[in-house]
Design a protein around this ligand. Structure first.
Ligand SMILES: Cc1cc2nc3c(=O)[nH]c(=O)nc-3n(C[C@H](O)[C@H](O)[C@H](O)COP(=O)(O)OP(=O)(O)OC[C@H]3O[C@@H](n4cnc5c(N)ncnc54)[C@H](O)[C@@H]3O)c2cc1C
Ligand code: FES
Length: 504
């Protein structure tokens, strides 16, 4: 099959300056340990260092390069038709709180970017949620009325300002967009300059309570703290497992060299499925058209490359664009009530704070969650505590898990540069054939809770269909909740395997 066009990296991380914070090389004590250098972790770390707290950030890879650095980076309180949904399901009061939290999140991102002079391509623009069908205009108008009541500059335009046919769009004025990786690189520098300590390539394996303090383990070293903020997208460790009450949702994204005849003015998302999301961006070589395709549960599709090809075809049929420059895959966690879980685990683990389940809107929600956590640590009241309550009753088994989509009968059938799952007696083995033909084999059991991984043929990763862990083709963890690499095993031969299978 033809290789996919473009480079396999987010256009945002490609344009951001690399960071070089040290690894944690000795055990130490601090007031607040922050696990994870994404938008939640770094915003909380910045607010706390600015308030005079001693903060240590532990990042498994490099800051700003995971979910946040691979997002669409719309800074907006317009989350499709969220307010009508929340008003219907949870009442006007909760819908208003959600509006206020996200509005404050949006404004804090903009204020930090401006006040700290972060070079992150920040631009004020409008957010549009568009509908293809006239029958949906009533729903857009109802959302606009509700949003106006909550103080947003919202209205409906007909059609959407897009170069293809739409019925209309809900517009929120005064929203913004940026490069999230550049923003987080700048925010990390501000944390560091304010006295916060940042350690990269320091994956936390365990968070435990010991002697009245939190003990955050990174290999042979540990950070002891009074408070611990677990900001790892899906929390690792801790007494509440968010595995069953959140669900990982995968998105594919492509950045095309922009065509001067089709520069979009605003940020766009389809209110209906299959939904696409659009905005302009830029890399070092100039403007880009950034497009996201329809979503699917992580690890539930054995042919993500075809989704990429479909996204390219979708764009080419609608918007003039140059070549594909960047392409990437990303995931975020959904919740049953579409509200994140964030804040202190006051009943189960006082002093531990989590933030997860942003439903694809964690730039604003994640910033608001970080504000909540920073307030709680300082003993300040915060109006969103009840809204985001991480200990609220969750719908049972929201996450039903999943099965691998990469089963193959024979190792010989795995093409160079590709992976597949084979049976070996009772075991399942994940086999990757490198471009040169050499095979690498791993236990196919995800090191989080044992589900069988799926080969992602767009990003060349092993993706877990249960809680979204992502492993590189060499088995290393890219994205948690897993904290350990896939276990390397001997490559079985097809003949040995069939002999084992045929044994009674
Ligand atoms: C394709 C896509 C597009 C999106 N677009 C938007 C958008 O336009 N607007 C919007 O509001 N939201 C958007 N979102 C959602 C938003 O990007 C996320 O909700 C948000 O970035 C999550 O931030 P985070 O800090 O929780 O996670 P992350 O940014 O992933 O940060 C978590 C960090 O923790 C680190 N980590 C993980 N495990 C460990 C460990 N064991 N030890 C140490 N560190 C660890 C990771 O390496 C990572 O750096 C989008 C999501 C996706 C998937
Ligand atoms: S991420 Fe939980 S089992 Fe794989």
């Amino acid at each position: 099959m033809e290789p996919l066009p473009g480079r396999a990296e987010s256009c945002w991380t490609a344009a951001a300056t690399p960071t070089r914070y040290p690894r944690l090389a000795r055990s130490q004590r601090t007031e607040v340990a922050v696990v994870g250098g994404g938008i939640v972790g770094l915003t909380a770390a910045y607010l706390l260092t600015a308030a005079g707290c001693a903060v240590t950030v532990l990042e498994a890879r490099r800051v700003g390069r995971q979910v946040t650095g691979r997002s669409t980076a719309k800074i907006t309180s317009q989350h499709r038709l969220i307010y009508s949904h929340l008003a219907r399901s949870l009442g006007d009061e909760r819908a208003l709180l959600y509006a206020e939290a996200n509005h404050c999140g949006v404004e804090l991102v903009i204020a930090l970017a401006r006040n700290l002079a972060l070079e992150c391509d920040l631009e004020r623009t409008s957010a549009f949620a568009y509908a293809r069908d006239d029958a949906r205009i009533g729903a857009l108008e109802a959302e606009a009325r509700l949003a106006q009541g909550f103080g947003f500059a919202a209205d409906v335009v007909r059609p959407a300002p897009l170069p293809f046919a739409t019925a209309g769009a809900l517009r929120f004025a005064h929203q913004a967009q940026f490069n999230p990786a550049k923003y987080l690189v700048g925010l990390a520098a501000a944390v560091n300059a304010g006295g916060g300590r940042i350690f990269e390539q320091s994956r936390v394996g365990k968070v435990a309570r010991s002697g009245g303090r939190w003990c955050v383990d990174v290999g042979d070293h540990a950070v002891e703290s009074d408070h611990v903020v677990v900001a790892t997208a899906l929390p690792i460790g801790g007494p509440i497992h968010f595995d069953e009450q959140t669900r990982p949702r995968c998105h594919i994204a492509m950045a095309f060299r922009a065509d001067p005849s089709a520069m979009l003015d605003g940020m766009f998302i389809d209110v209906d499925q299959p939904s696409h999301s659009l905005r302009m961006g830029r890399d070092r070589d100039g403007p880009l058209l950034v497009a996201l395709g329809p979503t699917f549960p992580t690890g539930h599709d054995g042919d993500v490359a075809t989704r990429m090809r479909e996204l390219e075809a979708w764009i080419r049929a609608r918007i003039p664009a140059g070549g594909v420059v960047w392409r990437w895959v990303n995931e975020d966690y959904d919740t049953a009530d579409r509200i994140p879980y964030a804040g202190e685990l006051t009943k189960k683990a006082p002093g531990m704070y989590v933030a997860t389940g942003f439903n694809g809107w964690g730039i604003s929600n994640g910033t608001a969650a970080a504000m909540l956590v920073a307030d709680q640590i300082q003993g300040l009241r915060n109006p969103w505590q009840a809204l985001y309550n991480p200990e609220r009753r969750a719908s049972a088994r929201f996450n039903q898990g999943g099965e691998t989509r990469s089963a193959v009968a024979r190792i010989a059938a795995i093409a160079p540069g590709s992976g597949g799952i084979v049976r070996n007696g009772e075991d399942r083995i994940a086999v990757y054939r490198m471009a040169g033909g050499t095979l690498r084999a791993f236990s196919a059991a995800c090191t989080h809770m044992g589900c069988t991984v799926t080969w992602n043929n767009a990003d060349s990763t092993w993706d877990c269909p249960c809680h979204g862990s992502v492993f590189a083709d060499d088995g290393a963890v890219i994205h948690g909740p897993a904290t350990k690499a896939l276990k390397r095993v001997r490559v079985p031969s097809d003949e040995d395997r069939s002999a084992r299978q045929s044994k009674p």
